[in-house]
Write a protein that binds this ligand. Structure first.
Ligand SMILES: Cc1cc2nc3c(=O)[nH]c(=O)nc-3n(C[C@H](O)[C@H](O)[C@H](O)COP(=O)(O)OP(=O)(O)OC[C@H]3O[C@@H](n4cnc5c(N)ncnc54)[C@H](O)[C@@H]3O)c2cc1C
Length: 464
């Protein structure tokens, strides 16, 4: 066993960890970033990210009171007002801070959400494409900035326990390439990226079948920090939900089908049915909501998106790397039939039930009675389109998990909280390791990168 002393120990070298380390260095504090990955360009969700800095899919520079209100409303009050204020206020500041660090942003489309996207963005083709793009460039730049400031990213180092003395966090125990190292520190920041890569924790908190979910990120977040914090008395919050998308079921075996394209645009224009040919969720709530509901089915492999030719040629062609034409081009299964009865046979669902589901849905659109459907269909964010024009299609899907939304409860300084709401001295959480900032019972998607950047800055500044 060896021992080292440092002002701040940081667990995880994603965007949260590297922003925190650089901000601490700017304020004159030494830190070490402990990173389990061995490669120069170790995998993590930041490395694979699409790179869009947004809050609630809005321009991150939107007036902060409006943004804050939107965060609270979208999550049904799950995100507390002071945390919503923190995100709305510091989201824009984090982008400016990153620009000062030499990170380049671009406007990637005319959509409100795409005003601040890391440059250069991913190329417009299916499959994973990260080298020299968005998050990869950001991580390399932040590490390059850190080194001359006296900091370092120590690879092959997996944190496994926190040092706690009389209720105060005093450091981290890590396994470093086969040997144990104790980092004694004034403060510790847990920034290990969530628990989506740990099937036991996903089964415990999220759904029964983690093996039937597509890991659409690096899968490197294994909930180590969460378990360490829990052992030290931390409170966990919002553990049931995850950020993800509705993926082609073939993405489980075909690497050209993840992380893009996904089926959200088709699902929110058409309908999603289960094995009995019936709708089971409100498609109008968006792809993140749908992925969560599909994951909670008895069999997450039993759902399919049903749509018609007009949807395939309309919403199916819109958005970033759309399903049309990319999905069939890279070998994704798309069932196609001249009639709904034929489609039901291909899908192996009862034809009468599918016909009744589509009829009720089409009639509800025609008579503007979507609220009378069961489950009801909201139409505020996505326009429901009839499933009426042959050929008809079905896309067999599975839930794709990018990162868990729940995690360690924090306050507006990113300090880790106990069940009674008091802060644990010396312990902070940032990025996807932290909970209470997105998701909740309404599965309201607030963001990923913006949350990570804001919580990292707040943690570093509070420690300093
Ligand atoms: C394909 C894809 C597209 C995305 N697109 C967007 C987007 O456009 N906009 C957006 O806002 N969000 C997006 N996200 C989500 C966003 O990238 C994440 O929310 C964000 O990168 C999380 O950062 P992080 O620092 O918390 O975690 P990570 O980047 O995952 O970093 C955590 C690090 O901790 C390390 N680690 C884990 N356990 C330990 C341990 N015990 N000891 C030491 N190290 C450990 C891991 O190896 C990893 O390097 C996307 C994600 C993916 C995968």
């Amino acid at each position: 066993m060896s021992e080292q002393k440092v002002d701040v120990a940081i667990i995880g070298g994603g965007i949260a960890g590297l922003i925190a380390a650089n901000r601490l260095a700017q304020r004159g504090l030494s830190s070490v970033v402990l990173e389990q990955g061995a490669d120069e360009q170790y995998p993590c969700n930041t490395r694979y990210t699409g790179g869009t800095f947004h809050l609630c899919l809005h321009n991150i520079m939107t007036e902060e009171r409006a943004l804050s209100a939107e965060i609270v409303a979208l999550t049904g009050g799950f995100v507390e007002q002071k945390l919503a204020d923190m995100l709305a206020l510091d989201g824009r500041r984090s982008v400016r801070w990153l620009q000062d660090e030499g990170i380049r942003f671009m406007k990637a489309s005319g959509a409100d959400v795409h005003n601040w996207v890391l440059a250069p963005p991913s190329r417009n083709h299916p499959g994973l494409d990260w080298k020299g793009r968005a998050g990869d460039v950001l991580l390399r730049r932040l590490e390059a900035n850190l080194v001359p400031r006296g900091g370092s990213v120590v690879r092959k180092t997996r944190a496994r326990a926190l040092l706690v003395d009389q209720g105060r966090c005093t450091g981290v125990i890590a396994d470093q390439d086969g040997r144990e190292v104790h980092y004694q520190s004034r403060a510790t920041i847990i920034a290990d990226g969530g628990f989506q890569g740990n099937p036991y924790l996903v089964r415990q908190y999220v759904c029964h079948h983690p093996e039937r979910m597509k890991q659409r990120g690096a899968g490197t977040g294994r909930g180590d920090g969460l378990q360490m914090a829990l052992a030290a008395g931390a409170k966990l919050v919002g553990m049931e939900t995850f950020f993800g998308h509705v993926m082609s079921r073939d993405s489980m075996t075909n690497d050209k089908l993840w992380p893009y394209p996904y089926g959200d645009a088709l699902a929110t224009a058409g309908i999603v049915v289960g094995p009995a040919g019936e709708r089971f969720t409100d498609e109008g709530r968006g792809g993140v909501y749908l992925a969560n509901h599909i994951a909670k089915l008895e069999d997450p492999f039993s759902a399919a998106i049903v749509f018609d030719h007009a949807i395939w040629e309309g919403p199916g062609r819109k958005g970033f790397i759309p399903a049309n034409p990319h999905l069939p081009e890279v070998g994704g299964t798309l069932l196609r039939a001249a009639s709904l009865a034929e489609l039901a046979t291909l899908m192996q669902v009862p034809a009468a039930a599918l016909a009744a589901t589509v009829r009720a849905y089409n009639e509800a659109i025609g008579s503007s009675k979507l609220a009378s459907l069961s489950p009801l269909r909201t139409a505020t964010r996505y326009t429901p389109l009839p499933v009426a024009q042959p050929p008809f299609y079905a896309l067999p899907v599975c839930p794709g998990i990018t990162n868990t939304m729940g995690g360690i409860a924090i306050n507006e300084h990113a300090q880790v909280l106990r069940e009674d709401g008091s802060a644990i001295p010396g312990m902070y959480a940032a990025g996807c390791a932290a909970g209470g900032l997105t998701g909740g019972p309404e599965i309201g998607y607030v963001g990923g990168l913006a949350i990570a950047a804001v919580t990292a800055l707040r943690a570093a500044e509070h420690i300093a």
